[in-house]
Ligand binder design. Structure first.
Ligand SMILES: O=c1ccn([C@@H]2O[C@H](COP(=O)(O)OP(=O)(O)O[C@H]3O[C@@H](CO)[C@H](O)[C@H]3O)[C@@H](O)[C@H]2O)c(=O)[nH]1
Ligand SMILES: [Mn+2]
Length: 353
């Protein structure tokens, strides 16, 4: 870390889903070591995952999830990276950064190592501008600003709930694209951060993602995927669509762009196709559903928005497939489990939380 002060050292947890090993942490040590890690071990709980020395962490396997959540553990996916959202639920911090175990420190065009975590923190601490697009991109960056014609009444921006980073080398392509372009690598470093405009959805990838847990945490449910489910690799997409409609409703922002990580492992496109294929045609109904979602004015908290959204999923998507009935119920279970583990702060005698 270049600055003596470690940004948000005691206010941020790093959540890592893993079914492999954590050797990748050695490369991140200079940037991650000051922070607390929450490791969600997927797959066989009897397997021991070795955490490199010197990291402060807590580790949860499936037995822990079942013990902590009891019957509500049914909402946490098994054998899919979607399990990571358990880490968001058990965290006690204001911010979360989640990264996959095959993502490494990338290098920018100047040859400097990219501290992705520091850039995400910067993105989250600066406002977003969802109501009017700034053509010079992120106006709060050093050397940039709002351009001529940008309304001054909108320059204060809104709180940023999510910072969505990108990937050099292996891009996050769906299986059909991976099959058609097996050798394609992303070598294009685009030096830009943009707020995703209000009313526009986007495909959120969970590989290199940070968010303000207090602003949007309860909406970061990664759905029912993996073992026993008809779909996979739509965990982060589902969460992103739910988060975006709720951010639009509550007046929060989502940014995408810098920072980059270096994604090293291409998962098997044939296995991915089997996981994704229902999602590839279901999403032609899912996207219009989210584009037409209207949340009520009584939905003033993320939990209220999310439970309202779950009812809309049940009412409008169950005709696509009975899976959405189950998913809608799991969305409510998730909120119940979230509130069990994160009870609202009790207000004291003079009403202070
Ligand atoms: O059953 C599993 C499989 C994997 N994991 C852990 O999750 C991440 C991502 O795994 P992987 O790198 O193999 O998969 P990708 O296709 O590259 O991941 C991208 O697709 C999305 C799938 O939902 C995912 O969010 C993206 O990042 C690794 O840390 C694995 O160890 C798991 O926990 N359980
Ligand atoms: Mn990967």
């Amino acid at each position: 870390m270049t600055s003596a002060r470690v940004l948000l050292k005691d206010e941020l947890d790093i959540v890592i889903p893993t079914i492999r090993n954590l050797d990748f942490l050695e490369m991140w040590r200079p940037f991650f070591q000051p922070y607390h890690l929450i490791i969600v071990q997927d797959g066989d709980p009897s397997k021991t995952i070795k955490v490199p020395d010197g990291f402060d962490y807590e580790l949860y396997n499936r037995n822990d999830i079942n013990r902590i959540l009891g019957p509500k553990a049914s909402c946490i996916s098994f054998k899919d990276s979607a399990c990571r959202c358990f880490g968001y639920m058990v965290s006690k911090k204001k911010y979360i950064y989640t990264i996959d175990d095959d993502c490494f420190v990338a290098t920018d065009p100047s040859g400097a190592k990219i501290n992705a975590l520091a850039q995400h923190i910067q993105n989250l601490l600066c406002p977003s501008t969802p109501y009017f697009f700034n053509t010079l991109y992120e106006p709060y960056r050093e050397g940039a600003d709002f351009v001529r014609g940008y309304p001054f009444s909108l320059r204060e921006g809104v709180p940023t709930a999510v910072s969505h980073g990108l990937w050099l080398n292996i891009p996050d392509y769906d299986a059909p694209t991976q099959l058609v372009k097996p050798l394609e690598r992303n070598t294009r470093y685009v030096d830009a951060i943009m707020t995703i405009p209000k009313g526009t959805l986007f495909p959120m990838c969970g590989m290199n993602l940070a968010f303000d847990r207090h602003l949007i945490g309860p909406a970061m449910y990664f759905g029912l995927m993996g073992d026993g489910q008809p779909i996979g690799r739509y965990d982060d997409m589902w969460a992103g669509w739910c988060c975006k409609v709720i951010c639009d409703h509550l007046g929060l922002g989502i940014k995408t762009g810098l920072p980059y990580i270096y994604h090293s492992k291409a998962s098997n496109p044939f296995v991915n196709l089997r996981k994704e294929y229902k999602g590839i045609f279901w999403q032609e109904d899912i996207i219009p559903f989210f584009q037409n979602v209207v949340l009520s004015k009584e939905a003033t908290t993320v939990q209220k928005c999310y439970v309202e959204l779950a009812k809309l999923v049940k009412d409008k998507l169950s005709k696509v497939d009975p899976y959405f009935d189950k998913l809608a119920e799991a969305m409510v279970t998730w909120i119940e489990a979230w509130d069990d583990l994160n009870p609202p702060a009790k207000s004291n005698a003079n009403g202070k939380a």
